[in-house]
Design a protein around this ligand. Structure first.
Ligand code: AMP
Length: 254
């Protein structure tokens, strides 16, 4: 393989932030909240950079779709070792309704434009928990997919992907070009070092709109209501199994 890899890097609310729902229940509060690169996207970037270090690919392109701040996420990917970035600017109402289908259409268009051989995405974004973008992108391009990857090897023109599935691991071999989605155990992403952060400032980020790629961002989904999870009742400590059984009987649970 000697081609180009596109890596999806999504800007999401940082995993350590306590999420608050807006009073009108239309979504979650994002203003003034710390954002970071989606953790599974960090794993995707690491895997792509490793392929480049092994000289199996020649270029890693980090792609983020979203408002202006998405460029910060791309910069992080560049500091981790990606070669250049593409920012597909999506703002306002379009950003509010941006979902896996719209993002997949963007990736499919970019894959053709950039003549990519591989797309590596996170297995899921921790804000919407959709786990759909990789699968939809593969379907739109009619490319093979290796989802939930915990090991990726390039062998004789094909990719061997070890997948995390219920109760074990599945190994598949897929032809290229392909879409791979990164699971938690694929690798441990590197930290961006200060010298690399400085170097990343010089790397190029191309900015374009979805319309430039011929993609219509119309969404067919409407969010009706977003609610906080129900508050959990405090637990009770019991000393023995007999006490536990008694308590369960008393509260009518058995
Ligand atoms: P999802 O299907 O929403 O759970 O997202 C899965 C993966 O698709 C993410 O980990 C990213 O790699 C990619 N992705 C989703 N949305 C975006 C976006 N707005 N910009 C760049 N990549 C994205």
């Amino acid at each position: 393989m000697s081609g180009r890899v596109l890596v999806g890097v999504k800007r999401v609310i940082d995993y350590a932030v306590k999420i608050r729902v807006k009073p009108d229940k239309s979504g979650v509060v994002t203003d003034g909240v710390k954002h970071s690169m989606n953790p599974f996207c960090e794993i995707a970037v690491e895997e792509a950079v490793k392929l480049k270090e092994k000289k199996l690919i020649k270029e890693v392109v980090a792609v983020s779709c979203g408002p202006q701040q998405a460029q910060e996420t791309i910069r992080t990917a560049l500091a981790m070792g990606a070669d250049r970035g593409i920012h597909v600017q999506v703002m306002g109402k379009d950003y509010e309704t941006l979902g896996p289908l719209q993002v997949s259409k963007i990736f499919a268009a970019l894959a053709k434009k950039e003549e990519a051989q591989l797309i590596i995405l996170g297995k899921q974004a921790i804000d919407d928990d959709c786990n759909q973008t990789g699968q939809m992108t593969a379907a739109l391009l009619d490319w093979p997919q290796g989802t939930f990857a915990s090991e990726l090897t390039y062998e004789g023109g094909n990719l061997k992907v070890v997948r995390e599935i219920d109760g074990g691991l599945e190994t598949i071999q897929i032809n290229m070009p392909a879409v791979v989605t990164a699971d938690l155990r694929l690798n441990t992403p590197r930290y961006a070092t200060l010298p690399n952060i400085m170097k990343a400032k010089k790397k190029k980020i191309a900015c374009m709109s979805a319309a430039d790629l011929g993609v219509d961002l119309t969404s067919r989904l409407e969010v009706l209501n977003v609610e906080e999870p129900a508050v959990r009742e405090a637990g009770v400590k019991v000393e023995t199994v007999d006490d536990l059984v008694l308590k369960l009987k008393d509260t009518g649970r058995i």
